[in-house]
Design a protein around this ligand. Structure first.
Ligand SMILES: Cc1cc2nc3c(=O)[nH]c(=O)nc-3n(C[C@H](O)[C@H](O)[C@H](O)COP(=O)(O)O)c2cc1C
Length: 218
C-alpha cells in the first residue's frame, strides 16, 4: 500500500460562500501529564509534521499545561450550561478545531485518564468531527489503549480515522536531546492520518452545520 507524503496532501475543505481554500485546524492533544512523559516529544513531532502540510493549522494542547480539574461541572455537557471558566475556555478551543489527533500512552491496557477527563468535559464540541491516533507503549504500541478509547469517542460522536500511528517501545526513539525521531513507516502513517482527517473533515462538515442549525432553532 502506498501513502501520500505529508507535504503532498491538499486540504479539500473549502469555504461555503466563494469556494475558496481554507485551513483545516487540527488539535493535537498530549494525553500524558506525568513528569518525564515521552508523550510531549512525540506530540511535538506530530505537530511539526502536520503543520508542515499546506492547508493544515495545528493547535497543540498539552493537558498538563491545560490543567483541567477532575470533571467538576454540575450539568451534563450536552446542555453546555457550563459554570466554570476553565470549561468555557476548553469548550471554545475544542469548538474551533476541525479535527483531532490524540497522542496517548497505554496505561494498564487502557488510554490515559487525563484524556478521558478532557473528553468528558464536553459533548457537542466533539460531535461529528474526525479524530486520529498516535499511540505508544510497550510491545503493544498502545493499541489496547486506542481500543479502549473507541467506545468513549462513539459516545460523544467523534469519528475515528482508520489509519493510526502505533509506536512500540517509543522511549527508544528519543535522541540525546529528548526529541522523538520517527522511523519512515511512522512518518508515512502520520501522513495517512492527516489525509484521512482532511477527507473526513470535509465529508462531515455539512453534518456539523446541521447540528449548529438545530441548536440555534432549539
Ligand atoms: C501506570 C502505568 C501503566 C502502564 N501500563 C502499560 C500497559 O498496560 N501496556 C504497555 O504497553 N505499557 C504500559 N506502561 C508503559 C507506558 O506505556 C510507557 O511508560 C509510556 O512511556 C508512558 O507514556 P508517557 O511517558 O507519555 O506517560 C505503563 C506505564 C505506566 C506509568
Amino acid at each position: 500500500m502506498s501513502f501520500t507524503p505529508l507535504n503532498d496532501i491538499t486540504s479539500s475543505r473549502v469555504t461555503g460562500g466563494d469556494g475558496g481554500f481554507c485551513m483545516t485546524r487540527i488539535m493535537v492533544v498530549v494525553g500524558s501529564v506525568r513528569p518525564g512523559r515521552i508523550g510531549l516529544p512525540i506530540a511535538e513531532w506530530v505537530s511539526v509534521a502536520l503543520a508542515g502540510h499546506e492547508g493544515v493549522e495545528v493547535d497543540l494542547v498539552d493537558l498538563a499545561e491545560l490543567s483541567l480539574p477532575l470533571m467538576d461541572e454540575p450539568n451534563h455537557p450536552r446542555l453546555q450550561n457550563y459554570t466554570h471558566q476553565h470549561t468555557l475556555d476548553w469548550s471554545e478551543r475544542v469548538d474551533a478545531a476541525d479535527g483531532f489527533v490524540f497522542v496517548t500512552p497505554e496505561y494498564n491496557h487502557s488510554f490515559s485518564p487525563a484524556l478521558k477527563n478532557a473528553i468528558d468535559f464536553l459533548h457537542n464540541e466533539w460531535f461529528r468531527k474526525p479524530v486520529g491516533f498516535v499511540s505508544y507503549g510497550g510491545i503493544s504500541a498502545g493499541t489496547r489503549g486506542v481500543l479502549a478509547l473507541k467506545p468513549v469517542l462513539a459516545a460523544v460522536g467523534l469519528v475515528p480515522a482508520s489509519v493510526a500511528v502505533e509506536i512500540p517501545f517509543a522511549a527508544r526513539q528519543l535522541d540525546d536531546e529528548g526529541q522523538f525521531q520517527p522511523i519512515e513507516a511512522q512518518e508515512r502513517n502520520l501522513a495517512a492520518v492527516a489525509e484521512e482527517l482532511v477527507a473526513l473533515g470535509s465529508a462531515l462538515e455539512p453534518l456539523q452545520r446541521r447540528r449548529v442549525a438545530q441548536h440555534a432553532a432549539a
